[in-house]
Design a protein around this ligand. Structure first.
Ligand SMILES: [Mg+2]
Length: 308
């Protein structure tokens, strides 16, 4: 029996692990088969995905709930340009750092806002926090996305990722893979994402090849490609974290973000105890490393208990 607090810890540890394991392979072509004994660095370093998820968690804790202005400030405070941020997000964060309000900055790079996966990759802590209050989840996650990813497709990717996390906290959804897809179909009003969710069902039924998965779902930094790809990889392989990461990397493209999203889902399903210990050991642990993200998970759990 996996306790709820183990799911919270597993979710955020899984996010950081998936990010750090996927990072060395970012931009690879589809079809490579990583040898984790050989191909992983001595210290696993996380990237922007984890750094921003840390900002989301820190803000929820400090504000005792969701406060978008505080969250924007934390993104700016935590920003480390060496963590591999996308250029659009980096530009928006720098504008926020220089004093511009996020509501102005978020349409300065793209007129309608970004539809990259930068808000979905950091949405898992919101899914945990709002897991017993899904009536509030959508509005909060959309606004949290808007800070840097204002486009409707960017926001919806974050909403679906957070909602999937909330389902894993509250329901036994892995008994039937189609159950989660149906729940997501019921939660989204986006034609674009609904189409991808239906494709996921077909791919599962066909036991599709990696090539087909990339062809039909995509693997790029666009939220509409990488969020469905991460959900798919999780639904098919998420009960085995190592195997799942192997598949994430073999899809190529935005491997760290697909890894972070699938990692958060798998960690939430399995709990922290089931994550590969030798990988956790290699994960960096500086000022805001693995201990910090686990502490965030525990504090979010306590807040979640108090609010529910
Ligand atoms: Mg990254």
């Amino acid at each position: 029996m996996i306790t709820p607090v183990e799911r919270f810890r597993g979710c955020l540890m899984g996010l950081m692990l998936g990010d750090a394991i996927g990072a060395p392979f970012e931009g690879c072509r589809q079809g490579i088969e990583p040898d984790f004994q050989k191909d992983l660095p001595a210290v696993l370093r996380y990237t922007d995905d984890s750094e921003m998820a840390i900002g989301v968690g820190e803000s929820l804790i400090a504000s005792d709930g969701f406060d978008p202005d505080d969250m924007a400030m934390r993104f700016a405070e935590n920003y480390n340009p060496l963590r591999g941020y996308g250029s659009g997000t980096a530009a928006i964060i720098n504008m926020i750092k220089s004093g511009m309000h996020w509501k102005e900055a978020n349409t300065k790079v793209f007129k309608n806002g970004s539809f990259g996966n930068g808000s979905a990759m950091r949405a898992a802590p919101l899914g945990l926090f709002f897991s017993h209050r899904t009536g509030q989840l959508r509005a909060a996650v959309e606004e949290a996305s808007s800070i840097t990813h204002h486009h409707v497709l960017g926001k919806e990717g974050a909403v679906l990722l957070a909602y999937a996390v909330s389902l894993l906290v509250t329901q036994e959804v892995m008994k039937d893979r189609n159950h989660m897809i149906d729940a997501l179909l019921g939660f989204t009003s986006s034609d674009e994402y609904s189409a991808k969710l239906l494709i996921m069902k077909e791919l599962i039924k066909e036991e599709a090849s990696g090539e087909q998965v990339v062809l039909r779902l995509g693997n790029t930094v666009l939220a509409l490609e990488s969020v469905p790809a991460a959900l798919y990889v999780f639904l098919v392989y998420g009960s085995d974290f190592k195997k799942m990461m192997q598949v994430c990397i073999s899809l190529g493209g935005d491997t760290d973000t697909i890894g972070a999203m699938a990692g958060a889902l798998s960690g939430c399903l399995l709990g922290e105890q089931a994550l590969p210990g030798e990988w956790i050991q290699k994960l960096e642990n500086g000022e805001k490393g693995k201990d910090h993200i686990v502490e965030i998970a525990e504090r979010l759990f306590l807040m979640h208990q108090a609010h529910s």
